[in-house]
Design a protein. Structure first.
Length: 317
């Protein structure tokens, strides 16, 4: 397996950060993977465990430690450090604690890696993206969050399972907040080119009713809470989705992914970060797309933006 050219630094060696590094090694997302954490015993153990398996992962290397100078020369930095979401706790309730961590971390990171692209995975990732972009002063395209990339994967998996079609043939997005106000774009969703709302079952009846679509959306919104309740954290799927974002950047792919970046007028929204289908390639987010939405979806986008703006303002941003 040929690894992408480039250096990936993962900040945080907890369940999510270690899963990002693991996924990146297996997928060959970057030529050099570095894992950083303030817990020396933890980060050294994770690096050693990962290094022991590199015979089976291709050409990528793994190093790490507690010295932030390890981030020097990074092409992309994935930030997972922060307090863990507890069962029953919303992502926005995490905002205060993790904002303080980011305020301390971001200036030190940009000093070490001033040319890097920064991807926020720590929750609430949308609010933290606004904070990180303002602290760093970097262009909005170079500081963005994983957003609803994972939520979109959850939606496509559910849709494919429901009708017996490969998820690669399902084109649908979750947009807005990565959290409780996120919603699917049914207006432009298709399966094999057929509008999703027109897809018919084998007996000729419509496969999806408004009620079944709302149930699917609810399952996506609550998926993380169900996983956290059962095992304490979500880590494997977010690790894979973060690795996919890294590949889009380092591979200069210009792939369309629903990441979260600070908006500059799209749908009339400014100075708020939320997820929309975006072109991701060299240098980060190259363009945020304005895809067709019906009136109900536009209203939900506005509500999502207001919830995120209120949370950021409560933190002084």
């Amino acid at each position: 397996m040929a690894a992408q050219v480039g250096k990936l630094v993962v900040v945080g060696a907890g369940a999510v950060g270690s899963s990002v590094a693991y996924a990146a090694l297996i997928r060959g997302s970057a030529r050099e993977v570095v894992l950083y954490d303030i817990d020396q015993a933890k980060v050294e153990a994770e690096v050693l465990d990962l290094a022991h398996g590199t015979q089976f992962t291709g050409a990528s290397s793994i190093t790490g430690g507690t010295d932030l100078a390890l981030a020097a020369g990074a092409d992309i930095v994935v930030i997972t450090a922060g307090a863990k979401q507890r069962p029953g706790q919303t992502r926005l309730e995490l905002a205060g604690t993790n904002a303080r961590i980011l305020e301390n971390l971001m200036p030190r990171l940009t000093e070490q890696a001033p040319e890097a692209v920064y991807v926020l995975v720590t929750n609430p990732c949308d609010v933290l993206t606004v904070i990180a972009q303002r602290i760093s002063g970097l262009p909005a395209g170079r500081v963005f969050a994983s957003g609803t990339v994972l939520d979109t994967s959850r939606l496509r998996w559910l849709l494919g399972e429901r009708i017996g079609v490969s998820r690669s043939s399902v084109h649908a997005y979750i947009v807005g907040e990565h959290g409780d106000t996120e919603f699917p774009l049914w207006a432009c969703a298709t399966i094999g080119g057929v509008p999703l709302r027109d897809w018919r079952a084998d007996d000729g009846s419509l496969a999806f009713t408004p009620e079944s679509l709302e149930a699917l959306a609810h399952n996506v919104r609550t998926a993380a809470y169900r996983v956290i309740e059962g095992k304490g954290a979500t880590n494997y799927a977010i690790g894979l989705s973060a690795a996919r974002i890294v590949e889009a950047v380092l591979g200069r792919e210009d792939a369309v992914l629903p990441v979260s970046s600070v908006l500059s007028g799209q749908y009339g929204l400014h100075e708020v970060a939320l997820s929309l289908p975006s072109v991701v390639g060299a240098g980060g987010v190259r363009r945020v797309l304005e895809v067709p939405m019906d009136d109900g979806e536009l209203a939900r986008l506005g509500r999502s933006a207001e919830a995120l703006r209120a949370s950021a303002q409560s933190l002084g941003y």
